[in-house]
Design a protein around this ligand. Structure first.
Ligand SMILES: Nc1ncnc2c1ncn2[C@@H]1O[C@H](COP(=O)(O)OP(=O)(O)O)[C@@H](O)[C@H]1O
Ligand SMILES: CC(C)(COP(=O)(O)O)[C@@H](O)C(=O)NCCC(=O)O
Ligand SMILES: [K+]
Length: 256
């Protein structure tokens, strides 16, 4: 069984893919805290695996993408303790011979690279990956597999939290799409502003990207919040919450 770890700024996502299976199951999410210890991670993952009937001995390969370097040592040590395995930590040297190429390997988030690899492997054509995480990102891959560029915007929850944190009178609200765009009270005003506003942002970005680089793009959505904007259904060819996990697997298998 392969174990992928995707350490993001909001969640550490850990997924298992069985030999010959096409699905990621089970999947464990741990809220990201920079000071998580290896022992704490080991304890909670051990319990999760036990509850799901997964024997640690059956895990034979581990790939790790982290955009939170503060967590790397704990995650690596957790793998050593729990599986007696050395995880493969994706870094800028992981990209040689991949079908996806980037001109700025040292800087680009390994989660974005993993997304690009999984999407390009699936479609074998130009694609745009929209990742609704802590940051909302667009990763643009051309038909040869070259990453043409990336866009980074505050994610929906990040925008919402910042509004709450930087104002005196605005409350925290649920990320729910109201039926009307014109806000009739404060909660509705924020919900409509964020959800319809981000709908426009995503549609506008996709359209601007296509104007500047007119390719036949497949658009793939991923990330924890990818299902909230139901208004974008027709803009996405696929929504795949496990795209990053799959990309981590592909990059790791390429290396060992
Ligand atoms: N299944 C889910 N349903 C609703 N919200 C989610 C879900 N998974 C994650 N979230 C929220 O979506 C946001 C982005 O999460 P995630 O995609 O895990 O971010 P990151 O990759 O930056 O860690 C977070 O605020 C998280 O709490
Ligand atoms: C853009 C990101 C913050 C997204 O992280 P996430 O929202 O998944 O937690 C991450 O990929 C990152 O730190 N990237 C480095 C900068 C870059 O990709 O150009
Ligand atoms: K992510």
């Amino acid at each position: 069984m392969f174990l992928s770890i995707d350490a993001g700024n909001s969640n550490i996502v850990i997924g298992i893919k069985k030999e010959d299976s096409s699905v990621w199951e089970p999947i464990y999410r741990i809220p990201t805290q920079q000071n998580l210890s290896a022992a704490a991670l080991e304890k909670s993952l051990r319990l999760f695996l036990l509850e799901n009937g997964i024997k640690t001995l059956n895990i034979n390969n581990i790939g790790l993408s982290s955009v939170v370097p503060e967590l790397n040592a704990s995650l690596i040590n957790m793998c050593r303790m729990l599986f007696q395995l050395e995880p493969y930590l994706i870094d800028e040297y992981s990209y040689g011979n991949l079908s996806v190429k980037t001109s700025r390997p040292a800087e680009m988030g390994t989660d974005l690279m993993a997304n690009a690899c999984a999407a390009y492997q699936h479609y074998q054509q130009a694609c745009i990956i929209v990742d609704f995480g802590t940051a909302l990102t667009f990763t643009i891959v051309d038909e040869q597999g070259n990453i043409a560029g990336v866009n980074i915007v505050p994610g929906l929850k990040t925008a919402l939290n910042s509004l709450f944190a930087t104002t005196s009178k605005l409350p925290q609200v649920k990320l729910e799409l109201p039926s009307s765009v014109i806000g009739k009270d404060t909660v509705h005003s924020i919900q409509a502003g964020i959800l319809y506003g981000y709908t426009g942002l995503v549609k506008g970005m996709l359209s601007s990207i296509r104007s500047e680089l007119p390719l036949d793009f497949k658009v793939i959505a991923t990330g924890g919040l990818s299902k909230i904007l139901t208004t974008l259904k027709s803009d996405f060819d696929m929504v795949d919450q496990n795209l990053t996990l799959e990309g981590v697997r592909l990059i790791t298998l390429h290396q060992r």
